[in-house]
Design a protein around this ligand. Structure first.
Ligand code: SAH
Length: 346
């Protein structure tokens, strides 16, 4: 009977070392293999050239390396690149490379589909199929780092968890992936260059605060009025703004790190002075930055980007109250790579 082979990257370094010791080999062999798996991102056991042929064969008999495959790469006229990434079980997620003058940002997915139901987001129209494993998140980052070196002649500089899925609903795997991305045994990136974006899961925000994580937090707020927020982000009925606010206060008290809010202004939904005042009231308790992001249409016109007058009104209101604000233009729209457009069209 053939037993299913295990994904070797599900093992910790200690477990891999023990695996070799149990077979009468040296623990050090585990370190070598671990380095191939993570730092060198080997796709096959055969690539591990400083490991003997017998050992490679033995590993092959026990394990698989479930490496992702970039199935399709699309390039936008503005330089943005979107990868359709095939997972070992055939499912597909998307990740995006966003270049600016000085930086390359990777926007990565944390789930296949999403369990939340934000009315304005294309990913919500797929059903949530499964969580990504830590190595599947890690591989997306490696793929974009390689593309950044190839096309822009520089390494990846920043990572945002703003692709498909809700990172805090795949908490353990996302944190494990970040551990490897920041570890010198992985990519050695600074956690300060990583931002996790959430639609706001209060319990998990508190847990992150307790674990004293060093990466940044962004919250997709879109409205600071419960009734309005629930109408566009239905889970707000369960995780209310009061709970979210309390969790964010806790986060700030522990981390002292600035909170970023993502916010789209839609016509007839949140384009009033009253809505802008509610936003100020919600985020004034800690140093905050509001990204006013452009709406990327995904549907038949239920949602419309508000006028520039309304966006200017938001900007003025926030600035007057000492809140940092940026008005962000979308990137990669022509290839459906912009915020909220990731939905496996291909
Ligand atoms: N679930 C996480 C990660 C997804 S991030 C979160 O909600 O933060 C994707 C970002 O794009 C979120 O801020 C989301 O609110 C925003 N977004 C979703 N659909 C959009 C659209 N059609 N246009 C612009 N932004 C959108």
């Amino acid at each position: 009977m053939e037993t299913k082979k295990k994904d070797i990257r599900a093992l910790t370094k200690e477990q891999l070392r023990n695996f070799f010791v149990e077979r009468g080999d040296k623990a050090f062999r585990g370190n070598q293999v671990y380095e191939w798996l993570w730092q060198k991102s080997a796709h096959t056991f055969d690539a591990m050239t400083n490991v003997s042929k017998e050992t490679r064969q033995m590993l092959e008999e026990h394990f698989v390396i479930n490496h992702i495959r970039v199935d399709q790469m699309q390039r936008s006229s503005d330089g943005t690149i979107k990868n359709a990434v095939r997972l070992h079980d055939g499912l597909i997620v998307e990740s995006v490379l966003i270049p600016t003058e000085t930086r390359t940002t990777a926007c990565v997915s944390s789930q296949v589909g999403c369990s939340l139901d934000c009315r304005f987001c294309a990913t919500a129209r797929m059903k949530r199929m499964r969580n990504l494993n830590p190595d599947e998140i890690y591989d997306q980052v490696v793929a974009i780092d390689n593309e950044s070196r190839l096309y822009f002649d520089r390494p990846l500089s920043n990572i945002v968890f703003m692709g498909m899925g809700e990172p805090l609903m795949n908490y353990n795997n996302v944190l494990k992936a970040i551990d490897m991305i920041t570890s010198p045994e992985g990519l050695g990136m600074s956690p300060k260059r990583i931002t996790v974006s959430t639609s706001g899961v209060p319990k998990m925000i508190k847990k992150m605060a307790d674990e004293e994580v060093k990466f940044g937090l962004a919250v997709s707020l879109h409205s600071a009025i419960d009734e309005v927020r629930t109408s566009i982000m239905p889970f707000n009925a369960t995780f209310s703004l009061a709970d979210l606010r309390e969790a964010l206060e806790y986060w700030y008290s522990k981390t002292k790190s600035r909170i970023t809010y993502e916010y789209v202004v839609w016509e007839g939904i949140n384009d009033t002075q009253e809505a802008a005042d509610a936003l100020v009231k919600f985020c004034r308790f800690a140093p905050s930055k509001v990204n006013l992001i452009e709406y990327n249409p995904i549907d038949d016109g239920e949602f419309q980007q508000a006028s520039s007058t309304a966006v200017d009104m938001y900007q003025r209101t926030l600035e007057k109250n000492g809140i940092t604000v940026t008005v962000r233009r979308s990137r990669g729209k022509d290839i459906d790579a912009a915020c909220g457009q990731l939905a496996n069209k291909t």
